[in-house]
Write a protein that binds this ligand. Structure first.
Ligand code: NAP
Ligand code: HSE
Length: 426
């Protein structure tokens, strides 16, 4: 079986290294070798992290799509219309597709699954979510019979790396991001990591497969970590927790077609919670099912080799299916209903810089009271320059009430800066 590879960057080069190093063992186990046919790149002269025979490289997509010996196309190009067009072309040419492309899957899954069905080929995407963790396969196969009610986890390695470095080494967000970029965790444009959009794309894919109902990335309510400051990280530590960017999908498992809630948000995770101990670029995902109870999956969520490992697993599944002239369908219905996020209830932390003058605390706390938000705890630090840093921890309250409070606070001229709202996961 020949494989066409589209893209030979961080993940693509790691996949080639795995195929080279594990080739003999895999050929023995599979009963046939996995051979690379052509590799599409932008710049054939570029130095790669693994030696690639020049004869395999091409800059023409048609060299892969029109090659009748290539039965399987692995798409590792990254975001953009070109990658989508390439996947569509591969399926039209009746080739199975393996992709790590969360941007495309989180927006075009129903269309691509229909195209794969029409071609009687697979489209697999284990590597699109949580790097090396075999989560999609677990949801798609092992937990197929479960009624799932909640999936919550850390699915972006870059932000988890940044938050870990801010907490443990007191690095600034910018310096920690630079390290994550050097290590190959971050997207080419890291704003997708920091804004929560990358996590939202992965959550849309997870929720679609877990609930069998199509969730688009645009359906996910997203708040990233742009506004998380060292003082927020210190406050979380003093409160006995750490800040994590969480992705959460929930549905009432007892009601057929119950509405779904899908959100990405920064949270203070108390150290007693298993997600608090997930450090660096690691990802971890909790899954709650009706019969199985709680499961936790964890492992490396980004990086060349872990991601290539997930791609390789898909390649092996797709090759087996091609050999048996079969495919693995993934049924996902359209018309999903979503829960209105104003009904979300949680404990929140909100910090701000205010003018350090008599009566200011009273003005600020009055706004919380006006919107029915009860304060559980407050801390104050001197900042110098006649400013003070205030942190409020609320009792359990509605997100809509917190948003109204923030809007009210933004109108006070004694507030110099409002920080990002954080939820508390107990
Ligand atoms: P990357 O390092 O930027 O590599 C992209 C590759 O695609 C490069 O080889 C590039 O060619 C090629 N390419 C891009 N546009 C092209 C075009 N128009 N024509 C021909 N070749 C083109 O990306 P990556 O980090 O390997 O990521 C690949 C995919 O895996 C992405 O969808 C990403 O989201 C996903 N993913 C990555 C990770 C990770 O940790 N990196 C983890 C999970 C999922 P040149 O080399 O010649 O420039
Ligand atoms: N930028 C992504 C992350 C890569 O940090 O998780 C893996 O999808």
């Amino acid at each position: 079986m020949k494989i066409g590879l589209l893209g030979c960057g961080t993940v693509g080069s790691a996949l080639v290294s795995l195929l080279d190093q594990e080739g003999e063992r895999l050929a023995y186990l599979l009963g046939e070798p996995l051979e690379l046919g052509r590799i599409l790149v932008r710049d054939p002269e570029k130095e790669r992290s693994w030696p690639i025979p020049a004869s395999l490289l091409t800059t023409q997509l048609s060299d892969v799509i029109d090659d009748a010996e290539i039965g399987l196309v692995v798409e590792l190009l990254g975001p953009g219309e070109f990658a989508l067009a390439a996947i569509r072309a591969a399926l039209r040419a009746e080739k199975s597709v393996v992709t790590a492309n969360k941007e495309i899957l989180s927006t075009h899954f129903p269309e691509l699954e229909l195209a794969a069905e029409a071609a009687n080929r697979d489209i697999f995407f284990e590597a699109a979510v949580a790097g090396g963790i075999p989560l999609i396969r677990a949801l798609r196969v092992s937990l197929f019979g479960e009624r799932l009610s909640r999936i919550v986890g850390i699915v972006n390695g870059t932000t988890n790396y940044i938050l870990t470095k801010m907490q443990e080494e007191h690095l600034s967000l910018e310096v920690a991001l630079g390290e994550a970029q050097q290590l190959g965790y971050a997207e080419a444009d890291p704003s997708g990591d920091l804004s929560g959009r990358d996590a939202a794309s992965k959550l849309a894919i997870i929720a679609s497969i877990a609930f069998g109902s199509h969730v688009d990335v645009e359906d996910v309510k997203v708040d990233g970590i742009w506004g998380v400051t060292p003082s927020d990280v210190d406050f979380a530590a003093r409160s006995g927790g750490v800040i994590k960017l969480l992705a959460q999908a929930e549905r009432d498992a007892d009601i057929p077609d119950a509405p779904i809630r899908v959100e990405v948000f920064p949270a203070i995770v108390m150290s007693t919670h298993p997600l608090a101990s997930v450090r660096g670029s690691f990802n971890a995902v909790f899954v709650e099912g009706s019969a199985v109870g709680q499961l936790m999956f964890s492992g490396p969520g980004a990086g060349g080799l872990p991601t290539a490992s997930a791609v390789l697993a898909d390649v092996i599944d797709a090759v087996k299916n091609l050999r048996n002239s079969t495919r693995a369908p993934m049924r996902v219905t359209e018309g999903t209903h979503f829960v209105d996020d104003s009904t979300v209830e949680a404990v929140f932390a909100l910090s701000m810089e205010v003018v350090d003058a008599p009566g200011v605390l009273a003005q600020v706390s009055e706004v919380f009271g006006q919107h029915g938000v009860s304060i559980a705890r407050m801390e104050q630090d001197e900042l110098g320059a006649e400013l003070a840093h205030l942190v409020f921890l609320t009792h359990r309250t509605r997100l809509s009430a917190m948003k109204a409070t923030i809007a009210g606070l933004a109108g006070l001229d004694v507030i110099a800066r409002l920080h990002q709202i954080l939820r508390v996961l107990e």
